[in-house]
Design a binder for this molecule. Structure first.
Ligand code: ZN
Length: 341
């Protein structure tokens, strides 16, 4: 922790303590037990309980140096913009101690991967008491490197932190070692939890409130689409080469029924569309399957299948169908004929 009380009950902020101050005693603002002051060549000054004296639940003992550093950096940074930022305030009604508090917004700098259940429970507790928490995830290692467009697998935990901006999603994380925010944007879904992402960094000193709006550029979209098409091609190859499901393979089955070669599918089958990750299947698979379905079934049958989809899957299907102009539908017919002849 960064805040403690001295013998007179005054608040002290660990990173600002002088050499002389460090010899006095300090006490835990919550349980009142004495604390030790710790400072190393690579850790900033902070307080910690003596071994086996940690107070219950509210204070995460064994705070990592990244957590302490990030908490301090964010605290000092928020102070530039906001009049009142509280550091490690204890909220007795919730028995919770967020890293920071600005008005009714508790800010949690999340360094460890806690369970989703615990995360949701904390969020619910905050909301029940009229707080709207802001979780800032520590930049995972895979997003720390240079700015680039790349493919990656997200974890359920990271996925939970995605922010929605209309149809586009993004993840904003903070890296206390490099003192910068990282924006993970683009998020073209491939299959399961695999995405094409664009990684960009915003140094702490350039960050603003509200957070800087980092838009996806045309160049990133182009690069992302290129990589997406490459993955699509690999998927077709894998499906054909290593297919163990025989004719039950949904992609191959639909291709076969439509007399389409999986290697020569029209470009608009297997497109990044918003909400595509509502399907765990590869984009190409659900889109081809859906297209096959609508082109062979009655309106009633289509409607019945649509009803079975989850709300987000319906959004994805609608977005996909919107992209299928009349021209493209006609191309599909032509491709089918070409392939047969
Ligand atoms: Zn304590």
């Amino acid at each position: 922790m960064l805040m403690a009380r001295d013998r007179e009950g005054r608040w002290v902020y660990a990173p600002h303590m002088t050499e002389e101050q460090t010899v006095t005693s300090y006490y835990c603002p919550q349980c009142g037990r004495p604390l030790m002051f710790k400072k190393g060549s690579r850790t900033i000054g902070h307080f910690a309980h003596f071994p086996n004296e940690a107070c219950e639940r509210t204070f995460s003992e064994g705070e990592t140096k990244e957590h302490i550093a990030g908490k301090m950096q964010l605290y000092e940074w928020f102070q530039r913009y906001v009049e009142k930022v509280e550091l490690e305030p204890f909220l007795p009604t919730l028995s919770q101690r967020p890293d920071l508090l600005i008005g009714r917004i508790p800010i949690e700098f999340q360094c460890s991967q806690i369970s989703l259940t615990l995360l949701q429970r904390r969020t619910t507790t905050y909301r029940q008491h009229g707080y709207e928490p802001l979780w800032i995830l520590m930049t995972p290692q895979r997003f720390q490197g240079r700015e680039r467009v790349t493919s990656c697998r997200m974890t359920q935990f990271q996925y939970h932190f995605l922010l929605n901006d209309g149809d586009e999603k993004q993840l904003i994380t903070y890296d206390p070692v490099r003192e910068r925010f990282t924006y993970v944007t683009l998020l073209y879904h491939i299959q399961g939890m695999n995405y094409i992402v664009s990684i960009k960094h915003v140094p702490l000193d350039d960050q603003t409130i509200p957070f800087a709006d980092v838009r996806v550029t045309e160049r990133e979209r182009f690069e992302g689409k290129h990589l997406y098409d490459q993955k699509r091609k690999e998927y077709v190859y894998r499906s054909v080469r290593y297919n163990r499901r025989g004719v039950q393979h949904p992609l191959l089955r639909s291709c076969y029924e439509m007399r389409l070669s999986p290697f020569h599918l029209p470009h608009w089958m297997g497109q990044p569309v918003p909400h595509s990750d509502a399907f765990s299947e590869h984009d190409l698979e659900w889109q081809v399957t859906w297209y096959y379905y609508v082109s062979t079934r009655t309106r009633e049958e289509q409607h019945a299948l649509f009803e079975q989809l989850s709300p987000r899957q319906r959004l994805a299907v609608q977005q996909y169908m919107k992209r299928l102009s009349k021209n493209e539908a006609r191309t599909a017919q032509k491709v089918a004929i070409d392939f047969q002849s």
